[in-house]
Design a protein around this ligand. Structure first.
Ligand SMILES: [Mg+2]
Length: 412
């Protein structure tokens, strides 16, 4: 596995360009060009050439020394140094400007190439297209993870096996949201995800909350996570229930940006996992996408599910795999057959002893992709330990009214 990182705003905690232009006193020119580029009025390659035309007249050595001083994210820099053989920096910037910062980061780096004479840039020789470096490593049989934040990372992310859009320095470019696998806003959470990808996982359980659906049966025109219940969004209640869980992962799709905005009011270290095929898939796909690169054991949690706070505590403290069920309360429910030991024998739409409500806990080694329902993923592993809980899901408007009433006295 190879990790390819964009440099500006991804590894550095400040954008390098304003830093150079400020030093040489050409801020206005650079700012105008940057604004026009971001607005989509100047294509990236043209913008780059014009930028080099402005900055190329200044000392290459001074520029490199200056860039070497741009702060980098300390934990990320540490991760890169510790895994220097598997980390690569890919930047559109000129390598002659980046010599100092490349040395400081200490791994293989790629950039655009220029010819220099007398400490000045005289000619651009090549402009790096980041996706070519992705393809190069893929051709060697590597799984490539691309981590970036800008519009110029879009193609590289599209080519990569796994892509992470980061919003550490500023919000990731909107264009990345329609292709990336993960969105992460916090350095610690990013390191956690990178380590999990390397198989360095913690023994604690991850919680995967699936909020990708369109919530059509509820009829409020909102994805369920954003539905207001007793003065807060459904997702805000769930986040309170999981406040002591380190690795909380939210699978998003429909209204993903709105969910991100709501969640970040409460926590910044959530790992957002995209299910871009939310319209064609069911909860099984979302659970798979949320759990595939998490800790070994993951608790599967539907975005429309509220479980009594005491039962949540009990479930978080329970080791191993399990399936939860409750008394049958809703029409049109999926039921479970349970033996005298409380084990779940199977699922049925026709009859059963209890209602399958979720949550459930599964080890990653049992995780197989399914575009169907979560319970279909558990069927091959039955009989499985069953745990009875007070759980309520909100599928219809009547459920919504009923659950609002039940939960109004819950203290979190
Ligand atoms: Mg960037």
């Amino acid at each position: 596995m190879k990790f390819l990182f964009d440099l500006d705003g991804t590894v550095t905690s400040q954008e390098t360009l304003p830093c150079i232009s400020k030093y040489f006193g050409c801020t206005e020119q650079i700012e105008e060009l940057t604004a026009r580029t971001i607005a989509g009025n100047v294509p990236f390659i043209e913008s780059f050439i014009r930028r080099v035309n402005i900055l190329g007249q200044y000392s290459v050595k001074e520029t490199s020394d200056l860039l070497a001083q741009v702060p980098v994210y300390p934990q990320l820099a540490k991760f890169i140094l510790e895994h220097a053989e598997d980390c690569i920096i890919v930047t559109g910037n000129l390598t002659c400007w980046c010599e100092g910062i490349f040395k400081k980061i200490g791994c293989q780096c790629y950039g655009s190439i220029a010819e220099c004479e007398n400490d000045k840039v005289v000619k651009i020789k090549s402009i790096l297209r980041k996706e070519t470096i992705v393809d190069q490593y893929k051709a060697l049989g590597e799984t490539v993870v691309f981590i970036g934040d800008g519009n110029n990372d879009l193609e590289a992310m599209r080519h990569a096996n796994i892509s992470i859009a980061v919003g550490l320095t500023h919000s990731p470019a909107q264009s990345l949201m329609s292709i990336c696998d993960y969105v992460i806003f916090n350095e610690k959470a990013l390191i956690r995800q990178l380590k999990q990808l390397l198989g360095i996982c913690k023994p604690e359980k991850s919680v995967v909350i699936s909020c990708a659906g369109i919530g059509s049966r509820l009829g409020l025109g909102l994805t369920k996570a954003l539905v207001q219940i007793n003065g807060g969004s459904l997702i805000s209640w769930q986040l309170k229930l999981f406040k002591d869980v380190e690795d909380v992962r939210l699978v998003i799709g429909f209204q993903g940006s709105e969910i991100i905005e709501e969640v970040r009011k409460y926590r910044d270290d959530i790992i957002f996992c995209y299910n871009h095929h939310y319209f064609e898939t069911k909860t099984g796909a979302s659970y798979y996408l949320g759990a595939r690169h998490a800790n070994y054991e993951t608790i599967e949690w539907d975005g429309d599910l509220l479980v009594h706070p005491d039962d949540v505590k009990m479930l978080l403290a329970t080791d191993g795999e399990y399936i939860c069920y409750g008394d049958i309360t809703s029409e049109d429910s999926v039921c479970v057959h349970v033996n005298e030991k409380g084990e779940v024998l199977g699922f049925s739409r026709e009859s059963g002893d209890y209602e399958w409500t979720g949550p459930a806990c599964m080890n990653k080694k049992h995780l197989i992709y399914s575009s169907q329902n979560v319970f279909n993923m558990f069927e091959p592993f039955c009989p499985m330990r069953g745990i009875k809980v007070r759980a309520y899901d909100i599928d219809t408007y009547n459920d919504y009214l009923r659950v609002s009433e039940i939960t109004k006295d819950w203290r979190l």
